[in-house]
Design a protein around this ligand. Structure first.
Ligand code: ATP
Ligand code: MN
Length: 473
């Protein structure tokens, strides 16, 4: 309860809640987006405190004691504190404005040096000043949307009783990423100890963990240990892939969400993935309406209609084999020719979602050779119970499968993949003792943010991107 007048005079508010304060005296803190001086003897300051895309129009009159000495020196990027009265704005473009009673300057930003001036700056350039780009309208919107997606993800699972599990970041098991892993070692690169009986090889027994270790490429195998105990779980953590693919959809460090559910088959897995994505998209549209409207106008004017369409209609579901035959008959010229057995490329995935079905597509039952060893073998002996969710522009956004729950078949599959079953003894134990059908998938957080915001490059939806030859800040 605010009883004392002092509270009413200096109530600190964030701009996102300003409309609730009409008629009140408030304290605002933020950064100057622009300043316009009127001949009538006052200035308009567009103030933004980062809490929403819509700035606050502040009116600072000449009569303020520091008007000439300080306020007129506040350019873009200066940080200020304003005490003023919130009034309904007579002008179009904003519901409220603030008449300043005092303006305190925290810090100036020299207009000759501050890199974020009004002129449009390219995303490439903004990556080189990634410490400042969150102050731009676009990045502010993207990172508020990213936050909303994370909140929605946790809510989606928590509301259904899923248990959040933290799987290790340093791991000795190579889930599926042979050759794509970052090694973790404390050995001296220039002077690594050699094996006594074979000097050509490094003696990892002398390394920190006593064996070779890597940064995780997926928390799935460890996640399965918890799903086969706690029923429904999800992981949400950093993931590392040293794939040297300089694309607009790959990062070396990204965040992945991996649910895993016991007593679940591929159908259940697809249902989960579909309702998961629909929940995220509708949460973002409901809770980030201003940011999404801004991004729809500025970045890609199809995102809102696309997301709305996705939430309202069913995903198309078909098998890999059916997809290949559609692609073969499409008459399209693809860079990579299509035939049964190939790993589908983004161009193929995009044809299916953008041209053929015009909505998200879930492809199932891929050839066993191109999918991971742990995916459940179908009765045909050729395909596995995999599913990829494909969306327009991005292609694959989710990859998942029902897992092989038969011990003998799983051991055979490991050998096919030149993996040593003895090293995976703990993973095989899940099948040895009380095995159950179970399934799960992985969603790349950044692919999801990229798709939702319409941003063209995945490097612009993670705070500090890590990609080949680039790990700044
Ligand atoms: P792709 O074929 O697109 O490289 P993948 O098949 O290697 O992906 P999975 O191993 O199935 O990917 O990983 C699950 C999800 O993680 C993917 O659907 C995607 O959303 C995301 N993902 C995979 N690799 C990356 C990456 N390098 N950067 C960002 N997200 C990624
Ligand atoms: Mn995949």
């Amino acid at each position: 309860m605010t009883t004392a007048t002092g509270d009413a005079i200096k109530m600190k508010v964030k701009q996102a809640r300003l409309e609730e304060s009409v008629g009140k005296r408030v304290l605002l803190q933020g950064w100057v987006r622009s300043r316009r001086d009127s001949k009538g003897g006052f200035s308009f300051i567009d103030l933004n405190d980062g809490t929403s895309i819509k700035g606050v129009q502040v009116i600072a009159e000449k009569a303020l004691e520091n008007y000439e000495s300080e306020i007129l020196k506040c350019g873009i990027g200066s940080s200020v504190e304003i005490i003023g009265d919130v009034v309904a704005s007579p002008a179009k473009g904003q519901a409220t404005e603030v008449k300043a009673l005092s303006v305190k300057v925290y810090g100036y930003a020299d207009p000759n040096e501050y890199p974020l001036q009004k002129k449009e700056t390219s995303y490439e350039y903004l990556r080189s000043i990634a410490h400042l780009r969150p102050r731009t309208m676009t990045f502010g919107a993207v990172f508020r949307v990213r936050n909303e997606i994370c909140r929605s993800i946790h809510n989606f699972f928590q509301n259904q009783g899923f248990i959040y599990v933290h799987t290790p970041i340093i791991t000795a098991s190579d889930c599926e990423g042979a050759g794509q892993m970052f090694k973790v070692s404390t050995l001296d690169l220039l002077n690594a100890p050699r094996k006594a009986d074979n000097p050509a090889e490094i003696d990892f027994e002398q390394d920190f963990f006593g064996k070779p270790t890597n940064l995780t490429v997926s928390g799935q195998l460890e996640g399965e240990c918890f799903a086969t105990a706690l029923h429904s779980i999800y992981t949400f953590g950093p993931t590392f892939r040293a794939e040297n693919s300089n694309t607009t959809r790959h990062l070396a460090e990204f965040w992945m969400i991996e649910p895993e559910v016991a007593f679940c088959d591929l159908e259940g897995d697809m249902d989960l993935a579909e309702s998961f994505l629909k929940t995220i998209f509708s949460d973002v549209m409901n809770n980030c309406a201003d940011d999404m409207e801004f991004l729809n106008e500025k970045i890609d004017n199809t995102i809102l209609s696309t997301l709305k369409g996705i939430v309202e209609s069913d995903f198309e579901r078909l098998t890999y084999t059916e997809a290949v035959s559609i692609l073969e008959k499409s008459g399209e010229k693809f860079d990579f020719p299509v035939k049964w057995g190939i790993d589908l490329q983004t161009e193929h995935e995009r044809y299916l979602t953008e041209k053929k079905f015009k909505k998200p597509v879930i492809l199932t039952d891929y050839p066993a050779e191109i999918k991971a060893f742990y995916m459940k073998m179908n009765a045909d002996g050729k395909t596995v119970r995999a599913m990829d969710v494909l969306v327009p522009k991005i292609g694959e956004i989710i990859g998942g499968s029902q897992r092989e729950d038969n011990l003998e078949i799983l051991e055979r599959r490991m050998k096919d993949f030149h993996l040593n079953p003895e090293e995976y003894w703990w993973y095989l134990d899940l099948r040895r003792y009380g095995t159950v059908p179970h399934a799960g998938f992985g969603l790349g957080l950044e692919r999801c943010v990229q798709f939702t915001t319409g941003m063209g490059n995945i490097r612009d939806v993670i705070p500090f991107p890590r990609t080949p030859k680039s790990a700044d800040f």
